[in-house]
Design a protein around this ligand. Sequence first.
Ligand code: 3EB
Length: 343
Amino acid sequence: MSLTEPALHHRPTLECGYSTRPAAELLARDDVLALVSSGSGCRPGSDPRHYHCGLPSIAGAPLHEVWHAGGPVTAGRDGDISWSCSEGVLFAATWIDEHPPQRQEAAVHDAYRALLQFVARRQYNAIVRLWNYLPHINQGEGDSERYRRFCLGRQRAFNDLGFSAASYPAACALGHQDSRSIIYLLAARDPVTHIENPLQQSAYHYPRQYGPASPSFARATRVDWAGSSAVFVSGTASILGHETRHAGNLAGQLQTTLGNLDAVLARCGEQAGPHLPPPRMNLLKVYLRHASDLAAVRDAVQRHFPQVPAAYLRGDICRRDLLVEIDGLASFTACEQGAAIAG
Ligand code: 3EB
């Protein structure tokens, strides 16, 4: 499914969509920047553009998230990093072996630092989006929980590279059952703007009760390509302020989560210009703690965002009381900005 607007003059810089076609067929195109495959394995593919993410699709056939560039792509590997780039956009991915478990925080710190250094060395202006899929994210009690250790390693790497909270990009962090973590990112040469949700405390200001290091991410990041803007919305869940709402109640969590997505998009519109309507949602990635919730989740998501393609993946959300989390990709429409749109 292409997100290209049919009536536009400009060639978008970047598009994302879902496909169930065979991976080899998709990778045969030289404008594919990255192919993120669903499934229980978390490992690099044989092509540096191919990532197995460890999260199974629960709504039908295995699904690929396909990122297309506006032109031919160059790709390769540099140490443990798989990378690909085209005309001002860069994808980079790394897989972390976190054994022994007591090395987890250090392994995350090392991997994050290597990724951030790689992006800086290649002279990309900013990170637009980060995806984190970790083994057994909720394992361990209190501050020993693997998600909390992950947040410590990530924050230390951001500190090392001189990132302040104001420069954290949009992100998500989900758990799977395989043995390695994947971290992948999109960076751009074009300027980015990070956006917060007025209904939620900034995650980087969450209070101490959620762990020794606050999560390092923005609620959304807008990137302004030449003549178009895309908005990457972070994993969004049933949190208001800093508190989980509707613990154990799926319908309540869906309502709060969808309301948070609307609030972030509305804020993006205001932030881009005082009279701009919210950007339009183009693509959704929905994570469910329980596969058995699929029908109810899909029903609510389709009702709220009719016609928007969505992937439904099995993943553990980083707070144990959360049942669902949703990522979004949105854009300002041509008539609102008088320009072409990347999906
Ligand atoms: C939340 O709002 C839910 O640690 O990178 C969402 C998106 C969440 C990203 C991350 C965590 C992260 O706090 C959890």
